[in-house]
Design a protein around this ligand. Structure first.
Ligand code: NAI
Length: 315
């Protein structure tokens, strides 16, 4: 392993998300130590990360100035959580999504946390106040939620608990920016954070349009990837309103009444994701992506996202 001057990052849990974080941090030149409760998994993860970095290099989308080989040398595995955290400036927890699991792992992390350490959880829907309240270093802990695949979708949702120190939240945000991610900071905890709340609003309407027999599954998805999605890859919904009229106030003057009329016909949430509709959508989607082709399709998606990321980073 090589020693970087930039400092050390500890990754707890070396599955899909732990490996993604490691690749991002070494791209920015940090040393990364990866811990997992499953010893065999650590070896698998190390081999897999080396392979991924190499393949990013081949595809021309490797981050940073170091070669894939040099970046791989910045990663080490650790079978001991205490050693993994020793001298780390930042700890990113990536264990499975369950409150009991987060509680027990954060209890461990709390033991070895130092005054200046940041401990962030990758949790996609559990707010950290649900598992850090009784810990000694609770002011050092928060959520930093990535989006899959994090190497190509840079958004990170930072959500402090009510007791997280502002300095820790700010430092996390700065670090995310420095490593090439795109952080947002929620000013308070809400269920689902921001991305999933917005995503669920979209899914709810897709489900209703399908169930009401308005569109096929294929055409619903097309609305997004040939229409809204393309627009939103560059500007968000609020700026879209702003640009589609003479400012957002003018947009509201012109269109709010129509929007409200349409919105009054929405099926109010919570939408029931009923089995019959799920069966029908499944059948349609299976015709588009046969069961034996989902892996190829995922790889194709990640490759397209890598291209989009390249385009966006060139700005
Ligand atoms: P995963 O199942 O791929 O990996 C979890 C890893 O944690 C496994 O290698 C497992 O051996 C290890 N582990 C289990 N207990 C442990 C312990 N006590 N100490 C250390 N390691 C332990 O899960 P994945 O998908 O990487 O998810 C991790 C976290 O990231 C979850 O909180 C999830 O909600 C969040 N997340 C997942 C996303 C996804 O698309 N998969 C996206 C964004 C966040």
């Amino acid at each position: 392993a090589c020693k970087s001057e930039k400092g050390k990052i500890a990754i707890i849990g070396s599955g899909l998300i732990g490996q993604s974080w490691a690749a991002i941090f070494v791209g920015a030149g940090y040393n990364v130590t990866v811990y997992d409760i499953d010893d065999k998994q650590i070896e698998k993860a190390l081999a897999n990360m080396t392979k991924s970095l190499k393949s990013y290099e081949t595809q021309g989308c490797l981050r940073g100035n170091l070669s894939a080989e040099e970046q791989s040398k910045l990663i080490t595995g650790s079978h001991d959580i205490k050693a993994c955290m020793e001298n780390a400036i930042y700890v990113q927890e990536c264990v499975p999504e369950s409150i009991e699991m987060k509680k027990s792992v954060f209890g461990e992390l709390d033991k070895y946390c130092t005054k200046d350490m940041v401990i962030a959880s990758s949790s996609s829907c559990i707010n950290s106040s649900q598992f850090t309240e009784n810990l000694n270093h609770k002011t050092n802990m928060l959520i930093a939620h990535p989006v899959n695949p994090p190497y190509f979708l840079p958004l990170v949702e930072i959500i402090p608990a009510p007791w997280t120190a502002t300095e820790i939240t700010n430092r996390t945000r700065q670090l995310m920016e420095e490593i090439g991610q795109a952080p947002i900071t929620l000013k308070k905890e809400v269920p689902g954070f921001a991305l999933n709340r917005i995503q669920y609003a979209v899914i709810n309407e897709c489900w209703s349009l399908y169930k009401n027999g308005v569109l096929s599954a294929e055409d619903i998805d097309k609305v997004m990837y040939e229409g809204l999605g393309r627009r939103y890859a560059f500007i968000g919904p609020l700026e879209t309103m702003h640009l589609n009229a003479d400012g957002i106030k003018d947009y509201c003057k012109k269109y709010a009444e129509g929007m409200q009329k349409v919105s009054s016909t929405f099926t109010p949430p919570p939408i029931e994701y009923d089995a019959a509709t799920a069966d029908n959508i499944q059948e349609e989607l299976t015709n588009i992506v046969p069961a034996d082709q989902t892996q190829t399709r995922k790889e194709w998606r990640d490759e397209r996202l890598a291209q989009l990321d390249k385009l966006k980073r060139n700005k």
